[in-house]
Design a protein around this ligand. Sequence first.
Ligand code: ADP
Length: 276
Amino acid sequence: LVDAIATQVGVALIQAEAYANLQDLNEQLEALDRTRSNLVAITGHELRTPLSTIQVCLESLASEPDMSPELRQVMLNTALADAERMRKLIQDFLTLSQLESGRVEWHPEPLSLNECVELALSHLHARNAKNDLPKISNLVPQNLPLVEADGEWLVEVLTKLLDNACKFTGSDGQVTVEVSRHSPQSLEVTIADTGRGIEPNRLKTVFDRFYQEEGALRRSVGGTGLGLAICRQIVNGWGGAIWAESEGKNHGSQFHFTVPIVSESSSSKKSQDVNG
Ligand code: ADP
């Protein structure tokens, strides 16, 4: 009898656990659905704003043939700037969706962080048509161990963080790139700036999609509000962490992320592969 009761209790416990798991799953699915609806609504709004501006500009250009050449140029420049903003938004949005859906194929390889930082800096300089970057100091030591990550995505994270540091600092400030040992298995990259800083209660929110302190309509420095969400997805892809620190408004910010050092086993496997 005792055995029979024990079996019954066991079955009941398993059923209760299965039911709880099912409820968990249901809640997760509902949360996912809410996120998806929010995302569609926000993306729609973010795309409609520049599109409306482009439409107003083109309508004015079409309906006012006597418009002064100066005003015509202003209208054209505004429409072009908003078209570029839409292009970036769609590109970032597609990248983020690709990363979030797990459809990215990672190609990890041994990499020199020095070379990746140099590459990211050259991208940054190439894109800076206005020539208004702050002073950038590359303090990454030369004798670092190799890290293991997908090179293209690692350079993407570095470029986005450097781009933000410059954008929110202004040409009279200072941006620094450093690398230190985070743990026996990983290095920590730090990109620090002397710019406008981040309120302590916003240090986590900045990684949310479409978070921008000024809001979409008062944005003065451009950007899509998706850059840090993309960085977080990429860093999570190699099992790393990413976080922000700041002493608060106008006290600069530091963005840190970790990246694994090439492990003994994977480097010996690679040399076996090379040697056949
Ligand atoms: P974007 O830069 O395109 O607006 P991000 O996702 O890269 O979008 O950044 C989100 C927000 O986080 C920015 O709009 C800004 O408010 C804040 N932020 C990011 N980097 C910095 C930084 N280095 N200094 C101050 N604020 C920052």
